[in-house]
Structures are given as C-alpha cells and as structure tokens.
Design a protein around this ligand. Sequence first.
Ligand code: HEM
Length: 349
Amino acid sequence: MSRELELLLFLLALRASGEVVAGSAEAAAAAAAWPGLQVGFYHAKCPVAEDVVLGEMRMILEEDPTLAPSLLRMHYHDCFVQGCDGSIMLRSRSGKGERDATPNRSMRGYDAINRIKARLETVCSLTVSCADIIAMAARDAVYLSKGPWYDVETGRRDGDVSVAEYAENDLAPPDSNIVDVKTFFSVKSLNAKDIAVLFGCHSIGTSHCGAFQKRLYNFTGRMDQDPSLDAGYAAKLKKLCPPGHGHDHDHDGHGGAGGAAKVPMDPGSGFTFDLSYYRHVLATGGLFQSDGSLRDDPVTRGYVEKLANASSSSEYFADFAAAMVKMGRTDVLTGDLGAVRPTCDSLVD
Ligand code: HEM
C-alpha cells in the first residue's frame, strides 16, 4: 500500500472517530503524524535532544549568522535527494557523492551539523539521526531568524548511499521555469502552493553571482538581459556582479571572479525571515528565474500577490510550518530501515 493511501485511510479513520473536527484536508494531513515519524520522537529516548540542538544552534549562529540560511537550505537539499536521510552529510573520496554535485558546491554548514551530532553523542549515544538533526537545525534556523517556531516531526533514520548524479537530477537549477519547477516538486509530492510557500525560504541568505549572471549578461546567447528582470534591480545586480568567467553555464557560482561574489537574495532583509521576499519577487522578478517563475502560474502568482500585500505574516508562518513538515516527510527511512550513524560525515568510498 502506498504511503499516501495509508495516510488517507488513517485520516479517514480519525475523521470517523471525530478526532479531526475541522480544517482543510491539507491542515489535517499536516497535523497527523506520518507513519514512522512523530513530534517528540526523542522524548523518551533522549529528552534533551531538541534543547541540545537549539542550544548549539544559538551558539553556532552567534559565531556565524550566515549559517542560518545555509542550514535551512541543507534540509531541502537533503530531502530532495533520496529523501530526508542525512545522505548530504556523507563524504566521498572519489568526489562522486552528493556534496560534490554542482548544486551542493556552494552548500555550507556541514561542520555545524557535525558539531551538534558530536554534542548529542555525548548525552545520548547512537540515538539521534543526522537526518533529524538537519530537520531540527532547519527549524531552529528559521526560528532564530525571526521566523515561526513549528513542531518538527522526528524519527527519520540515516541512509548510507550518496551519489552526485542523484543531486544533479533531483534539484532544480535556478534557471528553471515554472513548468520545470512544478515537475521537480510534484515528483516529491509537493504542489503549486507548497512551491510558493517553500520558495519564501529565499527570504534569508545569499547567492553567488554565478547562479544568476546569465540573466544579466547573456540571457539568450546574444549578450542580452532577461526582459522579465526589473531594469533598476538588474543595474544594481550588475554593479555587485561584474562580468566574470563562467557566468553563462555555472549555475552555482564557482566559475571565476565575477561568479564568486555574493549578493543577498532578498535585498534589505537578508537575515530576517519575513514577507519581503514576496514583495521583491512581485516587484522585480526575483534573483533567480525560478523565483520570478512564481509569477507565471495562477496558483503561485495568486499566493505571491496575497503575501506581498498581507499586513501580517501569521498566515504565511502557518503555511510555512505545514509545508516544511510535508517536505520533511519526503521518502523518509523509519523503523528498522536505515541506521543511526555515530558520525554524520562518514566516508562512502
Ligand atoms: C527550484 C527551487 C530552488 C532553486 C532553483 C534554488 C536555488 C538556489 C540557489 C542557486 C541558491 C544560491 C546558492 C549559492 O550560490 O550560494 C540558493 C540559496 C538558498 N536556498 Fe534555494 N533554491 C530552490 C528552492 C529552495 C527551497 C525549497 C528552500 C528551502 C526549503 C531553499 C532555501 C535556500 C536558502 C535558505 C538559501 C540561502 C543559502 C545561504 O545563504 O547559504 N531553496 N537556492
């Protein structure tokens, strides 16, 4: 039986017993635990687990606040590649692991996860999985960036396979249009609303110029600029990202001087998890074509317009919590599947 069918039957049973009394099917699905996952999975086995993660995250971000967005991004990159199984942390001597894939070359925060894991091993040895540490760290990164606190489900176990090619195939590139984005996300059971909500993660953090420079200097191969990008915003980006090597093909900013500089993804509000990302996308077309693509679908555009004009972030925060919980269920290993590794960054070859 598929997981979706199992969940549906579970929800119908709850509905019949009167325990789910109100709300949309979406909210009810988010409220019900996923098979094998639960809020507070470590309460009995390691009651301090979530406190330890939050405590370490406070110290880590005090030392380097730029790691908050990186650790949020890590959860997305972990979940989309063979499920949320901690495999992004594994290292490959031959340079063929997930870490080595193009979209992960700019990933940061591996040492932070190792540090949290080492601390947890001293209090509850071989108990808390790396996949769950990444999920908790992402939640705490959002919370410590003035975003919402939400209950994070735990109970994931770690995988031991890490293949660069899977990451290349499963993570959408920043020059994706809305049809591409919807395809990449629907494979992970995430719909148009989830896309519009999760893209709000780009409210915090930075990008290397190389990820979007093509939009500025060589959009169609004729040294032109992306016409969907606001001219004033493009001019500012050009100052921050002078033409450099590798800007037309290296979508992760490792091509050379021009491509290696960094810019905030949500200018003026790059450390605060808020609604300004939506105002930015609506007004300028956003930093990446994939951000701007939210304007090209009725559902995603409607959501962007609603949030760009919202007077409070409460609706967004509730939607964000539900979408993160949903993403955090992607192809998880639970129960007897996978393992709890003693270290997160083991070698696969
Ligand atoms: C089509 C989907 C997406 C694309 C194409 C995309 C692309 C990118 C790119 C190119 C960067 C800049 C990396 C760099 O140069 O350092 C970035 C950063 C980031 N992304 Fe995404 N992203 C997507 C979806 C998401 C989602 C769903 C989340 C969260 C759930 C997310 C969270 C972040 C964060 C927080 C950063 C900032 C990282 C930092 O400052 O270190 N992204 N993304």
